[in-house]
Design a protein around this ligand. Structure first.
Ligand SMILES: [Zn+2]
Length: 120
């Protein structure tokens, strides 16, 4: 193990060059990564978009093939997921309805109003 100079602690170099995992080196490294992403966000996003655009056909062919090949598996998985989360979903929806009662009612009222307007 390399001896770490005191002044390196709390810098990205402490983490990457000296493999120090003390809190201040870890902090410095994650701050650097965050900063890097923030500074290059547009570029990173543009690259991803560019890739998706360039490989649109490849990606859609691939996912179609994947779905085709794994149809049964995907269906079984979805069924199993629904089955397993039935109770959870029920509770969730009940809580959601309970919490958003007023919002839902208002939405339904507006929907009815719109429908009436369209009919007349
Ligand atoms: Zn350190």
């Amino acid at each position: 193990m390399k001896e770490i100079p005191e002044h390196v602690h709390g810098t990205k170099n402490g983490y990457t060059q000296y493999c120090c995992r003390c809190i201040s080196c870890k902090d410095a490294n994650s701050a650097y990564k965050r900063e890097y992403y923030k500074r290059n966000k547009d570029r990173i996003r543009a690259q991803q978009r560019e890739y998706a655009k360039k490989n649109k056909d490849k990606i859609s062919t691939y996912s179609k093939q994947y779905r085709e090949k794994n149809k049964d598996k995907i269906l079984a998985f979805q069924r199993q997921y629904r089955e397993e989360n039935k109770e959870k979903n029920r509770i969730y929806f009940r809580q959601y309805r309970e919490k958003n009662k007023d919002k839902i009612r208002k939405y339904q009222r507006e929907w009815l109003k719109r429908r009436k307007l369209n009919e007349s």
